[in-house]
Design a protein around this ligand. Structure first.
Ligand code: ADP
Ligand code: MG
Length: 570
């Protein structure tokens, strides 16, 4: 059985019980005021709505206390100073039983939610409480009144109807208001929306009031008040859910009831324009209020359900789209890795086949140079020079291929990253002849903890980045090397190596392809450097990022995990 959202704590219980007692007495007193002078039975009994709300908003083990309070308080409030009789207590017991039965049925049958946001909640309020449980109180109450002679037994049926409708109206008008406002209050409404609600209620009250006042007296059946209330109830249901609808209903009922009791408006008049008598006119009014109130609440709930379903569908849709996107990227990544693996295998076999003959050619060229001793600048000397250069270029390519194809099994040991960065930078500056006009700026964080890494592999990766940067600045520039901490990723602290050059930069077309193996824009390039960099960094569970502007320079950023999460890498 679902328990209400607000759970009474022991020290709150007394306060709550006090609040309930106050409200219950006030509403019982109001009910007496709504009793036509000639009658014994109130035409509208708001206390039944107060009791039902109190029960629905409490735990079941507090129900006896609340019911007992109701049984004792109702006679005290209704007799107003006189000594209550047994009949009074019988009637109040009937009311308490009505509340208990209604609350029990609603929780049991409909697993009721007091926010009235679902159609089933409204239906269960209308049927279990308003229609059914009220019969219990009416039967007990009217029988008690007949037994003590206050009403004639012959009148039992008519009085029963008045009692029943009165209690049902009390529930229908008061319970939705109390239930919805105590569960959600102003929740989810902006300041502007709250002002709109005030405007709605004020204009509803003013309009209905004026219509009651000014409408011609003899238009009972076609009286405008019967229609003028609907736009307001629609407005409330569309914009303010059950909370606003309940408030609008209560406002409408207050104005209509006070006018009708004062003898003005369409309900005070019988069908032919003659006064219908207070009880009959209140019956007219009640059927109007019950019909419009029930429709308003049902519509608000139906709209709310639709809105919830829509929100849920939107949410699911978003999730679906996101998963599809993730799937697409995962697939692309898979394809890339497979292509790399195939390419790696191919490269390895080609490189192996080429390496030995290349060594033979290289040795032969050296021997030939020694044997023939060609004169400097003679055609033979130049041809031998060309052969030498081309052999060196091929050798470079074969080495690149082997680096690229070598199965990566990084052996990670905790060691200072700065040493590896420095080593790779020095080696690159030595090997790159164009490095002279380049100014080198180093900013290495000495506080950085050691990182688990394969120094040899990382040396290779960083050298490739340094050499690219130096090659991008044929006319000199600045090479900035920074080493520090990066943003943690998935809880793992990161080291960040940033290599910035002021070289030629890259166009978006180059950026899109630069990690592809064999993609190069250089005459003597192999296009393998960055492919190797990426493989090595990923084998360290790291990441490479590039930012570049054509004509201005490029920044490569490498992130490497500082914790041993990377140790598991194969
Ligand atoms: P290679 O250096 O053999 O051309 P890489 O894989 O190292 O192969 O680089 C691929 C391409 O990326 C280069 O040809 C170049 O166009 C571009 N590139 C890489 N680094 C830089 C850089 N620092 N500045 C400008 N372009 C770069
Ligand atoms: Mg390169």
């Amino acid at each position: 059985m679902p328990e209400p959202k607000h759970i009474l704590q022991p020290w709150h219980l007394l306060g709550r019980l006090g609040l309930f007692a106050l409200l219950y007495c006030a509403s019982a007193w109001l009910g007496i005021r709504l009793t036509p002078p000639s009658d014994h039975i109130s035409a509208m009994w708001p206390a039944s709505g107060v009791l039902l709300t109190a029960l629905l908003q409490s735990r079941r083990r507090h129900w006896p206390a609340i019911a007992l309070a109701a049984i004792i308080l109702e006679p005290l409030a209704t007799t107003q100073g006189r000594m209550p009789s047994l009949t009074h207590f019988t009637i109040s017991t009937g009311s308490a039983l009505e509340g208990l039965a209604g609350a029990f049925l609603m929780r049991r049958l409909a697993s009721f939610r007091p926010s009235l946001e679902r159609v089933r909640d409204v239906l269960s309020l209308l049927s279990s409480s308003a229609l059914l449980s009220t019969m219990l109180a009416a039967t007990i109450g009217v029988t008690a009144l007949a037994a003590d002679g206050s009403i004639a037994w012959a009148d039992w049926g008519r009085q029963w109807r008045v009692f029943w409708v009165g209690d049902a109206m009390g529930i229908l008008l008061v319970a939705p208001m109390l239930l919805t406002w105590t569960t959600r209050g102003l929740e989810g409404w902006s300041r502007l929306r709250q002002l709109e609600l005030v405007a709605l209620l004020l204009s509803l009250v003013a309009t209905v009031h004026l219509v009651f006042f000014w409408a011609p007296a003899a238009t009972s059946v076609y009286h405008p008040v019967t229609y003028v209330a609907f736009p307001f109830l629609l407005w409330a249901a569309l914009r303010f859910e059950a909370r606003g609808t309940a408030a609008a209903m209560l406002a409408l009922a207050s104005v209509a009831v006070s006018h009708t009791l004062a003898g003005s408006g369409p309900f005070a008049l019988g069908p032919e324009g003659h006064s219908a008598g207070p009880t009959a006119s209140l019956v007219f009014l009640q059927s109007f209020l019950a019909a419009s109130g029930a429709s308003g609440l049902l519509m608000a709930a139906a709209l709310g359900e639709r809105r919830h379903a829509q929100e849920k569908a939107n949410h699911l849709n978003r999730e679906l789209r996101q998963s599809l996107e993730e799937l697409a990227t995962a697939q692309q990544e898979l394809v890339r890795r497979e292509r790399m693996a195939a390419l790696g295998e191919l490269s390895a076999s080609v490189a192996h086949e080429v390496r030995n003959p290349l060594a033979v050619i290289s040795n032969s060229v050296a021997a030939l140079t020694r044997l023939a001793r060609p004169e400097e600048n003679s055609p033979a000397w130049e041809l031998l020079g060309v052969m030498n250069e081309e052999v060196a270029r091929l050798d470079h390519l074969v080495h690149g291929l082997l680096d690229f194809a070598r199965p990566l099994r990084p052996r990670l040991y905790s060691q200072p990253l700065a040493t590896v960065v420095d080593g790779a930078l020095e080696a690159s500056l030595r090997s790159e002849p164009r490095a002279h006009g380049v100014q080198v700026v180093r900013e290495l964080d000495p506080e950085l903890p050691e990182a688990p890494l394969d120094a040899q592999l990382l040396h290779l990766a960083l050298s490739n980045l340094f050499i690219n940067a130096l090659q991008a600045m044929p006319h000199g520039g600045t090479l900035r090397v920074e080493l520090g901490r990066g943003e943690p990723r998935q809880g793992t602290p990161q080291a960040r190596i940033r290599i910035t050059d002021t070289g030629i930069g890259m166009t978006p077309e180059v950026m899109a392809r630069l990690f592809e193996p064999f993609y190069t824009t250089k005459a003597a390039g192999t296009g393998l450097g960055l492919a190797i960099v990426r493989r090595i960094v990923e084998a360290h569970q790291g990441q490479v990022e590039v930012h570049s502007t054509a004509g201005q320079g490029t920044t490569f950023t490498v992130f490497l995990p500082l914790a041993s999460a990377a140790r598991s890498t194969a």
